[in-house]
Design a protein around this ligand. Structure first.
Ligand SMILES: Nc1ncnc2c1ncn2[C@@H]1O[C@H](COP(=O)(O)OP(=O)(O)O)[C@@H](O)[C@H]1O
Ligand SMILES: O=C(O)C1=C[C@@H](OP(=O)(O)O)[C@@H](O)[C@H](O)C1
Ligand SMILES: [Mg+2]
Length: 171
């Protein structure tokens, strides 16, 4: 089995589900944002402010190109599937799961969070427009879409594990 990538909009649960899935499947877990913070010694808002968003996007692609481990879970950042090269790498090196959460739930989770620079500098309407414009990229990246509405983190994790095992059996 190769890597398992979690994709989706900010706040859909990629980091939370990724961590739980790594316990359940007994596979190492990498959160791309945390790896980038570790490698650069800067927080995500600091990278955006000091180096610009384009630089952050290059770091994401660089992470995907240079990550040396298979058999692991990777939670991506919400902007990763926007680049075609990123989608291609993810689909060729693993299974991509899209956590599809409704916008109102996402907004409730992220609107007060200072760690997401895009949210900090935008209105609800702007973030909703971003959510809509990104949706097709998540769909294009994903092998499997998991709807998260009305499901607990535990249920989502169990369903993700079930889908991973099912697809592993098919390959
Ligand atoms: N299905 C869910 N039920 C309840 N809380 C959730 C669910 N999914 C995510 N959360 C919570 O929402 C917040 C944002 O989740 P996070 O994993 O950081 O999202 P992402 O990494 O996709 O941006 C966290 O506090 C997380 O625990
Ligand atoms: O959607 C985005 O453009 C971003 C999502 C964030 O990750 P999460 O999706 O884990 O919040 C983080 O990579 C950065 O703030 C940019
Ligand atoms: Mg995250």
């Amino acid at each position: 089995m190769k890597r398992i990538y979690l994709v989706g909009f900010m706040g859909c649960g990629k980091s939370a589900v990724g961590r739980r899935l790594s316990f359940l499947l007994k596979l190492p877990f990498y959160d791309m944002d945390k790896e980038i913070v570790r490698q650069t010694g800067k927080t995500i808002p600091e990278i955006f402010e000091q180096c610009g968003e384009a630089y952050f996007r290059d770091l994401e692609t660089e992470f995907l190109k240079s990550h040396g481990h298979d058999n692991c879970i990777i939670s991506t950042g919400g902007g990763v599937p926007l680049r075609e090269v990123n989608r291609k790498i993810m689909r060729e090196t693993g299974l991509v799961l899209f956590l599809d959460a409704p916008f109102r739930e996402i907004w409730r989770r992220i609107h007060k969070d200072a760690n997401r620079p895009i949210v900090r500098n935008s209105t609800r309407e702007e973030i909703e427009a971003l959510f809509k414009s990104r949706y097709r990229h998540y769909k294009a990246a994903a092998h499997i879409t998991i709807r998260t509405e009305f499901r607990t983190l535990r249920q989502i994790t169990q369903y993700a594990a079930f889908q991973v095992n099912r697809l592993k059996g098919e390959r």
